[in-house]
Design a protein around this ligand. Structure first.
Ligand SMILES: NC(=O)C1=CN([C@@H]2O[C@H](COP(=O)(O)OP(=O)(O)OC[C@H]3O[C@@H](n4cnc5c(N)ncnc54)[C@H](O)[C@@H]3O)[C@@H](O)[C@H]2O)C=CC1
Ligand SMILES: O=C([O-])CC(=O)C(=O)O
Length: 272
């Protein structure tokens, strides 16, 4: 043990992934971190909950006054739009899962400029996808092609753009609901295809990353297939994420990945 103070974590969004991140931090599974503040929309809903001295607040001012070293976002694209720059200006790193928000190039540029100016960092955990380390390393050289195919069961698509394309009550076959680039997939599916944005940032960017999205009534996992080809060789990765019972769009692995990324901030050994 060192005498270094624990890394102070502020969390935005106490939903499916957020609650699991809190649990991991409180169970000491996220390295040498201390949860100092959780920003929610309506703190009145959480009056009975005690998080070991950490405040649950709906006041932006109270949240930033808690001086987090790192702000973790598990809330959605709007929260990235509202809080990414504020976090960086306030002296925090910004760990983002709703990374699809960066399909807005102006936002992306402003946030990264802000990070540079304030000597902070934007951190993108792998979350629901895998192989970002490999794609990012491969992008050091020429990359010919990066593709993503995302399939999820019917229940993961309720309340999304998919409902405009396919009848979710009657679909029986795997059905393509989107084909295009990652800029568009991130915009069209803000709550369900953030992985395409993470892949873009690691590899060939939002325009060149090719994306297919399917409603697949034959599966019970959220499946992401990545393939890339370039000077480095080729890689093909398939992940099958167990959907969270609270939000079938989101896999358990998302919070696990955030916890690991937090642990990496203070660990003597960093893998990947
Ligand atoms: N990068 C990736 O691989 C993945 C990214 N995601 C992203 O993570 C987000 C969160 O996922 P879940 O936890 O499953 O969603 P969820 O809907 O279960 O939880 C989101 C929570 O954030 C809260 N929230 C929304 N805006 C807020 C704000 N401005 N301030 C404070 N709280 C706010 C909501 O009230 C809700 O409690 C998704 O919307 C998606 O954008 C999800 C899965 C994978
Ligand atoms: O959890 C997943 O499988 C992926 C997801 O929702 C996203 O990329 O936004």
């Amino acid at each position: 043990m060192t005498n270094k103070p624990r890394t102070r974590v502020g969390l935005i969004g106490y939903g499916t992934a957020g609650k699991d991140v809190v649990e991991a931090i409180l169970a000491n599974q996220a390295g040498d971190t201390r949860l100092v503040s959780v920003l929610v929309r309506d703190a009145g809903k959480y009056t009975g909950i005690s998080l070991e001295g950490c405040q649950i607040t709906d006041s932006e001012e109270a949240f930033f006054t808690s001086r987090p070293d790192v702000v973790v976002e598990t809330a959605g694209h709007d929260a990235v739009i509202h809080y990414a720059e504020k976090s960086l200006v306030n002296g925090s790193d910004f760990m983002v899962v709703s990374v699809g928000a960066f399909c807005d190039q102006a936002l992306h540029d402003r946030v990264l400029e802000s990070a540079s100016r304030h000597g902070r960092r934007v951190l993108v955990p792998s979350a629901a996808i895998a192989g970002l380390d490999r794609i990012a390393a491969a992008a050091q050289g020429p990359l010919e092609r990066v593709t993503l195919t995302t399939r999820k069961p019917v229940k993961a698509w309720r309340g999304t753009f998919a409902e405009e394309v396919v009848d979710l009550d009657t679909v029986t076959q795997p059905t393509v609901i989107f084909e295009g680039n990652a800029r568009e997939s991130s915009r069209v599916f803000p709550e369900s295809v953030n992985v395409s944005a993470a892949l873009s940032l690691a590899g060939v960017g939002f325009e060149a990353t090719e994306v297919r999205v399917l409603v697949d009534p034959t599966i019970d996992k959220n499946v992401h297939e990545v393939s890339a080809k370039g000077l480095f060789g080729e890689v093909r990765i398939e992940v099958q994420n167990t959907p969270s019972p609270n939000n079938p769009k989101t896999g358990y692995i998302v919070a696990m990945s955030v916890a690991r990324a937090l642990r990496n901030l203070t660990a003597p050994l960093v893998i990947g």
